[in-house]
Design a protein around this ligand. Structure first.
Ligand code: GLC
Length: 675
């Protein structure tokens, strides 16, 4: 569609959306786009009540984005995107309002279950794969929320006060990486960034377009626009949903000349291009997977992403063991207990979830007691004492605890990192009675310091989607080998997290005073111990890293090493590569993730892994040069099984843009240098 075929009035209308979920089509003159949430399942609204509550059609529920990130597996992300594309095709949805890539600056953020990680590289890479799967499947992506929407507190108004270098190295970076997958759209954030509303963030939109190669349309978040002319001038192409008042004001501004036709055309052309691109993307595409296959994908991803945090050998459960299963999360009365609330909620009507049933299917003798309900102990229906009693009669107690949409939700942050007191009491009572395995269903970090040392094993189950009970039981029973790794640090206490300190918050402003010190970047640099580290996770196998070699080539430094499975059991390991500048001339965290890969190795087998680190892997954003710079000096490359568990190291020197490998020092763990 050529823009010249639209009148000025039509162009003004086009950039203001049609209603809650559609673009304007002028009675069929244009094709119409349908958009819908959300990142972990399609939320197509069936009905919207007068008070705004929406009823959505039931849909396949996929694991929470945080659980997906815990797989550290780009293939899982791509598969989830592809399965969601099938859901979109079936429901005639052109654009899925996902994925969200906001960095987890504070573990309290109410929407952390919807986001990938505290680390921008992991978030960006997983989002990039998700977008590729979704768009190759025929549905457009909407990368969100640009940017610095890292808490829900006062999200419509508060200003995230962030310096340029922190923006570049932390908060922009997931968008920069994910834009390599060419999302058809980006959604702005509600908040201000350094005083400017996300809907009017011209400087950010220019970075997206001129530096990150973003060639799609910028959407507003829903009702994030306050002044349509100002947002259009900034480069926000489509206001959603339609707002009569904003539209009338835009028409008046246009008539009065405070916004030119060229400025309107710039937005209208990008909306027309979006319509054309999405219709072309869908052309001829049909769902490639049955619903059962999509549910299978959800189950597989959950099994890949659940993280074994502690295990004294109680897991895998011995065949035929007598199990006391307790906790309402084992058999939730409301599927809202296994998800966060808000735009990402999926209608899971008709879905069943029962950990006792899944374990019984595997030959275990199971006694079940809810022990507590979602909001406390309802003594007509639960008996905490009975739970402890069953535990004392069992070989192993499996206690299912967690959070859910009462605690994790859009538009509000969490009050605490701890579990409800009633759950902690049930854990301690169970641990006193029998070897106890705690399964945690949550979408973000949980402070387990009150009980972690009292229990035999801890499995972080995230918010699994369809088939999550089967995924969990397969890991507990040892059919599958846990291979998830934490995509965010679990601090020992909220007070240890720099972003949780309120010294940066005045009315309406959240000062990101911690700068680059987000997550493990802070804890490792400042030697603050954590309960469980970024990148950590146990397996039923064990791995060693050997035979590191390195060479300098045109593309950068290529590392190669072997991951050796030193156990008899086949398993997967997530190898992580971090970089540290040894004598920086600007502040640099002691460790920054620069590459990762999930690898499989048979029992007793080994798998060669190679990474090439280019210039950017050593660079920092120079506020002096307004560019990425690599300072001369020595850098350490750290290869590890987590951010704290470093197995191999190597040092390189950068000198005027040229890299050289440092000779081996005594005891260096690098076996051979091939320069
Ligand atoms: C919400 C969310 C956004 C969602 C949109 C549509 O307020 O911030 O993530 O996609 O509105 O529901």
């Amino acid at each position: 569609m050529d823009i010249d075929r639209l009148t000025a009035k039509e162009k003004l209308r086009l950039i203001c959306g049609k209603d809650f979920w559609h673009t304007e089509d002028f009675g069929g003159k244009l094709p119409q786009l349908t958009v819908a949430d959300g990142p972990v399942g399609l939320r197509v609204v069936k009905a919207r009540a007068a008070d705004g509550t929406e009823t959505a059609y039931p849909a396949t529920a996929y694991p929470s984005v945080q659980l997906l990130a815990n797989t550290w597996d780009r293939d899982c992300a791509k598969k989830m995107g592809a399965a969601l594309a099938d859901d979109c095709l079936e429901r005639d949805v052109d654009i899925l309002l996902a994925p969200g890539v906001n960095v987890k600056r504070t573990p309290l953020c109410g929407r952390n279950f919807e986001y990938f990680s505290e680390d921008p590289l992991l978030a960006g890479e997983m989002a990039k794969a998700y977008i590729a799967g979704l768009q190759e499947g025929g549905a457009g992506a909407c990368l969100k929320h640009f940017c610095c929407n890292n808490l829900e507190y006062d999200r419509l108004h508060q200003s995230s006060d962030v310096d340029e270098r922190t923006l570049r190295e932390i908060y922009y970076l997931p968008f920069e990486i994910a834009c390599e997958a060419k999302p058809v759209s980006v959604m702005c954030s509600y908040n201000r960034i350094n005083g400017t509303y996300g809907a009017e963030y011209k400087k950010g939109f220019l970075v997206l377009r001129e530096e990150f190669g973003f060639d799609g349309a910028v959407f507003s978040d829903w009702s994030a626009v306050r002044d349509r002319a100002a947002s259009a001038r900034a480069g926000l192409d489509l206001e959603m949903p339609f707002c009569e008042e904003n539209y009338q004001k835009l028409c008046k501004d246009f008539e009065e000349g405070s916004i030119s036709e060229e400025e309107i055309d710039a937005c209208a052309e990008r909306v027309l291009a979006l319509i054309s691109r999405c219709k072309t993307m869908r052309q001829g595409k049909k769902p490639r997977r049955t619903e059962a296959e999509r549910r299978r994908i959800a189950q597989e991803i959950a099994a890949e992403g659940m993280v074994l945090l502690k295990n004294d050998g109680t897991l895998p459960l011995a065949a035929g063991a007598r199990l006391a299963v307790a906790g309402c999360y084992a058999q939730p009365s409301d599927m809202g207990m296994l998800r966060g609330a808000g735009a990402a909620a999926v209608n899971r009507e008709g879905e069943t979830f029962s950990v006792p049933a899944a374990l019984k299917k595997r030959g275990y003798a199971v006694m079940f007691e809810p022990a507590f309900s979602y909001d406390g102990v309802d003594s007509f229906h639960q008996d905490a004492r009975r739970a402890a009693g069953l535990a004392s009669e069992s070989d192993v107690s499996v206690l299912c605890v967690g959070l859910g949409e009462k605690f994790e939700r859009e538009s509000a942050d969490r009050e605490t990192l701890r579990l409800p007191r009633v759950q902690e009491r049930a854990i301690l009572a169970s641990a006193a009675a029998a070897p106890t395995v705690v399964v945690v269903f949550a979408g973000a970090a949980v402070d387990m310091s009150a009980w972690a040392d009292k229990v035999s094993a801890i499995l972080f189950a995230g918010y699994p989607g369809a088939g999550g009970d089967e995924a969990l039981a397969s890991l507990l029973a040892g059919e599958k080998n846990p291979c998830g790794r934490l995509s965010e640090s679990f601090p020992l206490s909220l007070a240890d997290c720099p972003a949780s300190r309120e010294d940066g918050v005045s009315a309406g402003v959240t000062r990101y005073a911690e700068g680059l010190d987000v997550g493990y970047r802070y804890y490792i640099t400042h030697h603050v111990p954590v309960l469980f580290a970024f990148g950590f996770g146990l397996s039923y196998s064990s791995f060693a890293y050997r035979d590191l070699t390195a060479e300098v080539g045109r593309e950068g430094i290529t590392l190669s090493f072997d991951v050796c499975n030193t156990s008899e059991r086949a398993g997967k390991e997530v190898v992580q590569v971090y970089v540290r500048e040894c004598t920086p001339v600007v502040y640099r965290p002691a460790r920054e993730l620069k590459a990762f890969e999930k690898v499989f190795a048979e029992g007793g087998g080994r798998q060669k892994v190679s990474f090439t680190l280019g210039r950017r892997a050593f660079a920092h954003w120079s506020a002096a040069e307004d560019a990425w710079c690599v300072s001369d000096g020595v850098y350490e490359i750290l290869v590890g099984a987590s951010s704290e568990d470093i197995r191999l190291t190597l040092k390189v020197r950068a000198e005027r843009g040229t890299f050289s490998l440092l000779p081996l020092q005594d005891g260096a763990e690098c076996d051979r240098i091939v320069s």
